[in-house]
Design a protein around this ligand. Structure first.
Ligand code: CTP
Length: 406
């Protein structure tokens, strides 16, 4: 496991986002990390030491002046006896104390005494994050070599206010921890992946075509995220206006049939993620020359024929990849349609999203998805497409590890 043997000192300070730290503990431990928690007094108003202790299977350190806590390890050893200190959530108050070297409680004393890397996941009201004092403190902490993940844009849990201030999601924090502890963690090293992305263009004649609104952002982000985890990635992209991702071999195609050929010719592979919004139909016999308007004549009829289903082809191929992932763009009955697609197309996972026009998702930068597998359904919060990609790449790495475990 990617965090096996790593010891994380998790400092939980007092913000509403502290409830997410419980999930964070679970995510760190399921990747092999040992988590030792420290809670500030304010944090204990939001989550109980009992819950934190149970999830971390560790003593919870709360008090600088507790004889029991000090006798157990002592704050200096607590500060050093770990591979990384993670502060999640990091409040504006704790950031201010750190920036000024204050040490009037256990959390701040540990942070002052440590010689280990420190990662902060701030969470606060957007106005507090934008305040010049917090901005100065952040700059000071960055200059001191402290690492940051987030805060992210989104709606605040307590006030419903929108802006930058939401704590990064647990899996993003885990991925930042992995990057700091091992700048080149490669759980997908030695694995090959094929990703499709973007729309397809189905020609009517040499100048006209049938297309759709896919931007390719989600597929390209997934290709980049898989490559970041060490996979050897081929991205088969339809016509898009965004650049080719770094560290990925990109093959450009126009039509669904070309996309299918490009994908099939790259089998076998360990992973296939079919994100492209492939046109379901093409014009049965597209014209070689531009179709001219004929004065007084009716518009030409367009005879359509079905395109190959690339996901289904891959999902049922004799060289089927170990993990096959499809997307389901739905405007209604998202879950039921997603489940049906999982079966029909022979996929292991379907990432289902609601693309009804009011969500603004198609062609946008954010995505709100449900992950449908044979084990059940998991709803993810509204996330940036890059965050969806990071999470999905980690999930694929985990599934592949399970799949190939002895
Ligand atoms: N897909 C594909 N080849 C096609 C059509 C779809 O590889 N010709 C893949 C997409 O990349 C996506 C998944 O299949 O991963 C779902 O596509 P979608 O268009 O939502 O589903 P359809 O099977 O076309 O069903 P429907 O149009 O009825 O929703």
């Amino acid at each position: 496991m990617v965090l096996s043997g790593k010891r994380i000192l998790l400092i939980i300070s007092g913000g509403i986002a502290a409830y997410k730290s419980l999930d964070l503990i679970r995510r760190l431990r399921e990747r092999g990390a040992e988590v030792r928690p420290v809670m500030t007094r304010a944090a204990q108003e939001f989550v109980t030491p009992l819950a934190v202790g149970a999830l971390s299977a560790s003593h919870v350190y709360v008090d600088l002046f507790s004889r029991e806590d000090e006798q157990d390890v002592g704050h200096i050893r607590l500060a050093r006896d770990c591979d990384l200190i993670l502060v999640a959530p990091a409040t504006a108050d704790l950031m201010a104390k750190m920036a000024h070297g204050l040490a009037d409680d256990l959390a701040s004393a540990v942070l002052l005494a440590t010689n280990r890397p420190v990662l902060l996941a701030p969470a606060m009201n957007p106005q507090m994050w934008a305040n010049p004092a917090t901005r100065r403190n952040r700059a000071t902490l960055e200059a001191d070599g402290r690492h940051f993940i987030g805060p992210m844009a989104g709606e605040m849990a307590e006030s419903g206010e929108a802006g930058i201030g939401r704590m990064a999601e647990p899996l993003e924090i885990v991925s930042a921890v992995i990057t700091i502890l091992d700048p080149a963690p490669k759980p997908l090293a030695g694995r090959t992946a094929i990703v499709t992305s973007g729309p397809t263009h189905e020609p009517i004649d040499p100048v006209r075509y049938i297309a759709n609104r896919s931007s390719g952002r989600q597929g390209h982000a997934i290709a980049a995220a898989l490559a970041k985890l060490g996979a050897d990635v081929t991205l088969v992209s339809g016509p898009v206006t965004i650049p080719d991702p770094q560290g990925v071999t990109t093959v450009h195609v126009e039509r669904a049939e070309e996309m299918r050929d490009a994908v099939v010719s790259r089998l076998p592979a360990d992973i296939a993620v079919m994100v492209a919004a492939v046109a379901d139909w093409r014009v049965a016999s597209s014209a070689d020359q531009k179709i001219k308007k004929q004065p007084g004549e009716a518009p030409p009829p367009l005879q359509l024929t079905e395109n190959p289903d690339i996901l289904k082809t891959v999902g049922h191929h004799e060289q089927r990849p170990k993990i096959v992932v499809g997307f389901a763009a739905e405007t209604q009955n998202v879950e039921a349609n997603g489940r049906a697609k999982l079966e029909r197309k022979g996929a292991d996972l379907i990432v289902a999203n609601d693309v009804s026009p009011e969500t603004g998702i198609m062609g946008g930068t954010r995505n709100s998805v449900r992950i449908i597998s044979h084990q059940g359904v998991e709803a993810w919060p509204d996330l940036d497409k890059d965050e969806v990609a990071t999470r999905l790449a980690l999930l694929i790495a985990d599934k592949l590890a399970e799949e190939t475990a002895p």
